[in-house]
Design a protein around this ligand. Structure first.
Ligand code: ATP
Length: 309
């Protein structure tokens, strides 16, 4: 579990992070969204002490991070940033190996880990292991950046816009991969993003920041249904809220028996995507792979049920 208590950081007399407290239970993903300059990156960097707080404490599993030598702390915490932050003169393999080498892992274990991570991120090890960062596309470099952050299996992973340079398709894929990896390893993740969709999709809880303060911190469904203020509602995109809520559930939950014409959809398809498919193809119902159908009526009923009173 990670606990931030009363964290404050001031620059030029302005508190850019202002008395922020936040608890993230172990094995959860907390997403952090907010206006530009609201202090998200500063808050994240106070956790691994790349920025020292002026006040407040960070506890990781009950241990005050000030009592841990900074280099030990940074080795234990994965950190993936926008851009990728790769060392330009090191191969992909050497980049991924950075922390395992510092920790003194045997070479065979490091090599196996590099191949495992490259495969996980759909980068063929034989092709990519010896490439230099400038020989990668932006999206490939970002995936290597995330692989490097995960290399030593950190319990805590801090991510600052890690998927910013990915196109929509690879981005969705990278998000799914991150979720799978996180579930497998039980990693606790704090992820800063500008993408509300990403925050809703990935966050067990999401925090909304403005001017150094957290305005709301709750399950995405709760934030969408009950934004704490008109400002939060605007941030979430007032007109988009209904669709974002629909993207939190899959058709498996509202499937009924029956048959319907046309191509079948996957049971994990979100209600939002199913609605789009109904509208786009002009169908009143869609067959689901493996049996059952989802109807437009059920989609509308589900949307109405989720709407705030
Ligand atoms: N080293 C610094 N010196 C002075 N001011 C700083 C420093 N680092 C950050 N700031 C200021 O602190 C505020 C918060 O910055 P921060 O990068 O944490 O915001 P952010 O929410 O991550 O922004 P964005 O979404 O635009 O990336 C900004 O006004 C920024 O200009």
């Amino acid at each position: 579990m990670i606990e931030l208590r009363g964290l404050t950081r001031t620059y030029d007399g302005v508190a850019v992070v202002d008395d922020v407290s936040l608890t993230v239970p172990s094995g959860e993903i907390a997403t952090l969204v907010g206006t530009s300059g609201s202090g998200k990156t500063t808050l994240l960097r106070m956790i691994n002490r790349l920025v020292e707080p002026d006040a407040g404490t960070v506890l990781i599993d009950g241990v005050d991070t000030r009592t841990v030598p900074v280099h030990d702390l940074r080795r234990r915490i994965g950190y993936a940033i926008q851009g990728d932050g790769l060392f330009p003169h090191r191969t992909v393999a050497r980049n991924i190996a950075t922390v395992p080498r510092l920790l003194g892992w045997p070479k065979a274990r490091i090599d196996a880990r590099i191949d495992e991570l490259l495969t996980l991120f759909q980068l063929d090890p034989a092709t990519f292991r010896d490439r230099m960062p400038h020989q990668l596309s932006g999206g490939q470099a970002q995936r290597v950046g995330v692989a490097r952050a995960l290399a030593a299996r950190p319990d805590l992973l801090l991510m600052d816009e890690p998927f910013g340079a990915l196109d929509a398709m690879i981005r969705a894929q990278a998000q799914t991969e991150l979720r799978q990896i996180q579930r497998q390893l039980g990693t606790t993740i704090i992820l800063v993003t500008h993408d509300i969709e990403e925050a809703v999709r990935l966050g067990d809880r999401m925090a909304v920041m403005d001017r150094g303060r957290i305005l709301q911190h709750d399950r995405p469904g709760m934030v969408l249904r009950h934004p704490a203020s008109p400002f939060v509602a605007r941030m979430l995109g007032t007109a988009e809220r209904a669709f974002r809520l629909l993207s939190l559930s899959t058709v498996a939950g509202i499937a009924t028996q029956g048959s319907a014409p046309g191509p079948a959809i996957h049971p994990e398809t979100t209600l939002r995507d199913a609605l789009a498919e109904c509208l786009w193809s002009g169908r009143e119902a869609l067959p689901i792979q493996g049996g059952g159908i989802v109807t437009l009526t059920a989609l509308r009923a589900s949307a109405a049920q989720q709407a705030p009173e």
